[in-house]
Design a protein around this ligand. Structure first.
Ligand SMILES: [Zn+2]
Ligand SMILES: [Zn+2]
Length: 605
């Protein structure tokens, strides 16, 4: 039998086909409701909610199944499996969904999860798939009545899927009012109202399939043709980062709870309706008053044509990877699921960051390739690892090489020397990577050449961090890092470091500690975000090499390949990103042709 994840995989082509139809109709009517980055971002969040559900499902379906089979008040499995039983279960589910959804808008901590679905300023079929990844944490509570009534888990899962799939089609502006249908069912018109932030529409129309729940409990509001819906959340997200989208409201609540002076207020923040703030916190950290007109301006960082192509292709690759992941997830071991989830998440984050101009497309590819190199090493997929490991540094080289233009150098106020040293460091890292990767293969011992390559790479980094800063500007960082390095060396020395390796490892530890100390000194002088990224990268190198050395000379560590490689790629990426001084939207000089995206239908007139 198919799992719910597999049903979603099979439904995906249908979703995309309908999205294409809606987009085409919108174009023909001159009311296109799609913007590429917004749609990709929404779909990205839908993907993340499905991939993360692989892990939270254990919680949600697990608890439900336990309650239904041990605590159920009614034993009526044959009834629930009959046709009237199925229909009643669907109604029952829709009723529970109404309350979950309503509380999702009326209780802060539940809103923190549900807000993801509302963050898009567009309203189209891609918005429907924009789903939270943390809803499962508390959502299961609302379906316990069904478990207590003995609705079998299978029936519960199927009607849940029906309720979810039904809501897909109502997310469109292309279907107007539908007469009697609007009075009974959740419809495009009803649900537009639900997504609107206009004063009169706020917190209305929660129904999933039936809208009669709203009419019964006083939350129904009809769409008024004179008041066009403005979509989104009050408090705009302004980001394509899928992790931030999921975390942002939790962060706001945690912030207010932390700063509240009254203990009761610290708890109230989580339980009161969204927007409620303790008086003292609101005074100290005021927020701007809600302005509907400000919400009509769409968040749309400029994207050049090549970047749009890049984003589209990346998204297709991610969807394909996700489909394979979801199809196999239920039969795969937890560890490999976690590893592939990490790879997909890296890809999603990098795509969002590239669309936003926070990183270059080459950096996105470097991160994705690094994640794949890490996963393939951990899972013993040797040939794939041999592809992705050198590819990662290859992308790093391209990331840097595309920046060595006079225009770039003048924009970034950096010297050519700076870029060449960075290139040299990455070339040495690439050869070090290849040597260590092939060490022990073909009866060759390549550990020493690998060590020398990395020694040279770190020397280049030290020279790089010295170009714009005097030696060791922070004495405290120097002493602290020297102590850590000495302690690590002493530990290795007394725990099995072979005699032949004592001198090479001593030299290596000194060079890497020197690099980290210089990077932190540089941060102390420059005090900017780029220098901080570089210093953090240098520290990640120390972590990576410490794990590598302990794993090799002292004792094998569990999942060593993951920790060594992941921290190594984090180190390289942070140093490259920080050294290039890449800021959000740096390519304005070359991208004058790039137009910000517009959604004509929701523009202010
Ligand atoms: Zn909602
Ligand atoms: Zn919706």
């Amino acid at each position: 039998m198919l799992t719910p994840s597999q049903v979603i995989v099979l439904a995906t082509p249908v979703f995309f086909a309908l999205i294409a139809v809606e987009w085409f109709i919108g174009l023909k009517r001159g009311r296109n409701a799609y913007a590429l980055a917004d749609a990709i971002s929404s779909l990205n969040l839908g993907v993340l909610s499905q991939t993360s559900a692989v892990f939270t499902k254990l919680l949600t379906l697990g608890i439900y199944t336990f309650v239904a089979s041990h605590v159920a008040l009614i034993e009526a499995e044959t009834f629930w499996m009959s046709l009237p039983g199925w229909v009643l279960a669907l109604l029952f589910y829709d009723f529970c969904y109404y309350w979950l959804h309503r509380m999702g808008h009326e209780v802060g901590v539940l809103w923190a999860a549900h807000a993801v679905h509302h963050q898009s300023q567009a309203y189209n079929l891609s918005t429907a798939l924009r789903q939270t990844s943390s809803g499962a944490l508390l959502g299961w509570l609302f379906y316990l009545p069904m478990a207590l009534a003995g609705v079998p888990p299978l029936v519960f899962a199927v009607v849940g899927l029906i309720d979810l799939l039904y809501q897909f089609w109502v997310h469109t502006e292309q279907v107007k009012k539908l007469g009697w249908f609007d009075r009974w069912f959740c419809s495009p018109s009803n649900h537009r109202v639900h997504h609107a932030v206009n004063e009169q529409y706020l917190d209305k129309n929660y129904g999933g399939i039936l809208i009669i729940w709203d009419r019964l409990f006083g939350t129904f509001k009809e769409e008024d043709d004179k008041e066009p819906c403005v979509y989104g959340t009050r408090g705009l997200l302004q980001s394509w980062d899928p992790l931030w989208a999921n975390a942002t409201v939790y962060r706001q609540l945690a912030h207010d709870s932390w700063h509240a002076r009254n203990w009761l207020d610290k708890v109230r923040v989580w339980l009161k309706p969204p927007g409620w703030r303790p008086t003292d916190v609101a005074q100290r950290f005021p927020k701007p008053v809600f302005d509907l007109d400000a919400h009509r301006i769409l968040y749309a960082p400029p994207m050049s044509r090549p970047l749009r192509w890049f984003a589209g292709l990346q998204f297709l690759a991610l969807v394909t990877g996700t489909a394979i992941f979801l199809w196999q997830a239920d039969q795969s071991p937890l560890a490999s699921n976690l590893i592939w989830f990490g790879v997909l998440l890296t890809g999603q984050w990098a795509l969002g960051a590239a669309m936003q101009g926070r990183i270059s497309p080459w950096m996105a590819l470097m991160l994705q390739s690094g994640a794949l190199a890490t996963a393939t090493a951990a899972l013993g997929m040797r040939e794939w690892h041999w592809l992705f490991k050198p590819a990662t540094m290859g992308f790093a080289l391209l990331c840097i090489a595309t920046c060595v233009s006079p225009a770039w150098i003048s924009i970034q106020k950096t010297s050519k020397n700076h870029v060449y040293l960075l290139l040299a460091a990455i070339v040495c890292s690439l050869s070090g990577d290849v040597f260590l990767m092939l060490d022990g293969q073909f009866r060759l011992s390549l550990f020493i050449p690998g060590l020398i390559s990395f020694f040279l790479a770190h020397t280049c980094y030290i020279a790089l961090f010295k170009t714009d800063t005097p030696w060791f500007a922070s004495r405290r960082a120097l002493w602290l890092i020297a102590t850590i390095g000495a302690a690590m060396y002493a530990y290795l020395f007394t725990h099995g470091l072979p005699a032949a390796m004592r001198i090479p490892v001593a030299v290596y530890v000194s060079v890497i500690a020197l690099m980290a100390a210089q990077a932190w000194g540089r941060y102390r002088v420059q005090q900017d975000r780029s220098a901080l990224l570089v210093a953090l990268g240098a520290s990640a190198f120390m972590v990576s090499d410490s794990i590598l050395a302990i794993n090799r000379f002292v004792q094998p560590l569990p999942w060593a390949a993951i920790w060594v490689l992941a921290s190594y790629y984090v180190a390289q990426a942070l140093i490259v990103q920080g050294s290039l001084r890449w800021q959000a939207r740096p390519h304005t000089a070359t991208d004058l042709s790039a137009q910000p995206e517009r959604l004509p239908s929701t523009q202010p007139t």
